[in-house]
Design a protein around this ligand. Structure first.
Ligand code: FAD
Ligand code: SIN
Length: 518
């Protein structure tokens, strides 16, 4: 099928939907999403969204905290934009129907998380993301100009390459004409668009233990990389310090940092506090420091987990603020009011991604990127907690303004051919995909985790090259399936992560190498 739309949006999380709602006032929008529209990283967000609302907080304090967490690599101009526009954008989320908790006086109840010097995180209990996803999706479904295509998988961006023109990283003005989309019947549709937004989220599934749902397979980053667009800072993978230790559960269930903001304390399995050895902010130090401290404590003790102790906290308030965590832990026999919670770090967020400017422009013409797949410069070498939902709404707004401006002069590229796949082999051997995925996750978890070294990076690259070749071979021969495309994208992302890590000859933020002690 061939289709034409003014605005093509790939992804239905906070970035894709908030952009779609805005551009829909100016033309026809098609949102493609590879699972159900609600299955996104956004839906799993717990802690909330950071924004400056009341004194004594100020924009300057939030800016300082963000820059401090980013370990010298934040782009200050971008930080200032994101934070000074936070209040207005959060108000928009509220106007679209999102509920955030209020205190008895009617003011928004703000939480505190690691690295924040003030209470500034708006939240809805401990399930803020599902509330935001609900509100945005309800609005988008009702909008007459928005079509949402579920179970539609974007395989490749369409550029001059598909017109038979050679494209390299140095080609000036690479242009995006839309995307090839694998539809639920297994056919590939050609969607031509005047502008395209990539809002495909994270890539947590590069690792075996992640808080990210199965959809987070780095598809957008890989598509842009293959289209010769600019991708940066991919070595900065954020491991969340506290995911529930429950070995066979995927994704790993998050124990929000807001629980530490509420007073929970990290302890060894033997019940000893340890964070004071690593940072004066103890359990509320920035994530890179806490995750490394936990990793070190687990290595020292040989234990499979450390613990989060909430037993000293007011029982009713604890259950009232964190009903989701209370219920989840209880379902596996842990009463958080009486027992310590076993926790381990898990891959959580990718700070780098598709390089954009302050309007979401990528290095490819007519292609925008927003949300976790993008690299705006806000997070630098380490993201401050609850700044990613904020980044998504600020830059989706800015990208929407830019895209709307361009739409009147943009046109479709009629010369684009239909998808030409030579694959004929019905891939019945799912085992090839599942085993290769496990191998990939094993390599990345063991060699490119919280602590790295030159030797580990080299080992990872050597092993990755084998599964890269095998998978490319399988890809060329096979009839396409989403699982195969995801595997290929994850391998691409892993390759970029390793190569970026190899280039960084220092330890900084989330990239910590034994060969470059701090
Ligand atoms: P997503 O919400 O992940 O949406 C991506 C969309 O793209 C999905 O619809 C997916 O199906 C679709 N997609 C992907 N590839 C394709 C393809 N090839 N074709 C078609 N569709 C595709 N951040 C905070 O600021 N505060 C928090 O409290 C917080 N808590 C978190 C808790 C958890 C457990 C997790 C996992 C993350 C948390 N984060 C938090 C991070 C934050 O949720 C994400 O960074 C943010 O939601 C990403 O939004 P997004 O719109 O960029 O991507
Ligand atoms: C959390 O709730 O701890 C996650 C917050 C985030 O990732 O920003």
């Amino acid at each position: 099928m061939r289709k034409k739309v003014d605005f093509l949006v790939i992804g239905s999380g906070i970035a894709g939907l908030s952009y779609a709602l805005k551009v829909a006032e100016h033309g026809k929008v098609c949102v493609v999403t590879k699972s159900t529209a609600a299955e996104t990283n956004t839906r799993y967000a717990q802690g909330g969204i950071a924004a400056v609302l009341y004194t004594p907080d100020t924009y300057e304090k939030h800016i300082k905290d963000t820059i401090e967490a980013g370990a010298g690599l934040c782009d200050e101009k971008i930080v200032r934009i994101a934070i000074t526009e936070s209040t207005e954008r959060v108000q928009e989320l509220i106007d679209w129907g999102t509920h955030f908790d209020k205190d008895k006086s009617g003011r928004y109840d703000l939480a505190r998380e690691g690295g924040h010097s003030e209470y500034r995180v708006l939240h809805f209990k401990d399930k803020t993301g599902s509330e935001i996803q609900r509100a945005l999706l309800e609005k988008a479904i009702q909008h007459p100009n928005i079509e949402i295509l579920e179970h539609h998988f974007a395989i490749e961006l369409i550029t001059q390459h598909h017109l038979g023109i050679k494209v390299t990283k140095d080609t000036p003005d690479i242009e995006c004409y839309g995307a090839y989309i694998l539809n639920p019947s297994g056919k590939v549709d050609t969607v031509l668009s005047k502008t395209t937004l990539i809002a495909t989220g994270g890539a947590g599934n590069v690792y075996s233990t992640t808080t990210n749902p199965g959809v987070a397979t780095g598809d957008g980053v890989s598509m842009v990389y293959r289209a010769k667009g600019r991708v940066e800072n991919m070595e900065f993978i954020q491991f969340h310090p506290t995911s529930l230790y429950n070995p066979d559960e995927k994704p790993s269930f998050l124990i929000t940092e807001a629980l530490r903001g509420f007073g929970a304390i990290l302890k060894t399995a033997g019940g000893n506090e340890f964070m004071e050895k690593y940072d004066k902010r103890k359990s509320l130090a920035p994530r890179d420091i806490v995750a490394r401290a936990i990793d070190n404590e687990m290595k020292i003790s040989g234990d499979d987990f450390v613990c989060l102790d909430c037993r000293h906290l007011n029982k009713n308030e604890l259950i009232n603020h964190f009903p989701n965590i209370y219920a989840k832990c209880l379902s596996i026999g842990i009463d958080i009011t009486k027992d310590m919670i076993p926790v381990v770090p898990a891959a959580h967020y990718i700070c780098g991604g598709i390089k954009t400017d302050e309007y979401g422009n990528t290095s490819i013409k007519n292609l925008y990127a927003v949300g976790e797949c993008s690299s705006t410069g806000l997070h630098g070498a380490n993201r401050l907690a609850s700044n990613s939902l904020l980044e998504a709404i600020v830059f989706s707004h800015r990208a929407s303004v830019e895209a709307v401006k361009k739409i009147s002069s943009a046109d479709y590229c009629e010369k684009v051919p239909e998808w030409n796949s030579e694959g004929t082999v019905l891939n019945e051997e799912m085992v090839l995909i599942t085993q290769t995925l496990k191998e990939l996750q094993f390599i990345m978890t063991n060699y490119i985790g919280i602590v790295r070294s030159n030797l580990r990076l080299k080992r990872a690259l050597d092993r990755l090259e084998i599964i890269y070749r095998e998978t490319e071979d399988l890809y060329i021969k096979s009839i396409l399936t989403p699982r195969l495309c995801e595997l290929r994208n994850l391998i691409n992302c892993a390759y970029i992560i390793i190569k970026s890590a190899m280039k960084r000859k220092e330890s900084r933020g989330l990239h910590y190498s034994l060969d470059f002690p701090e």
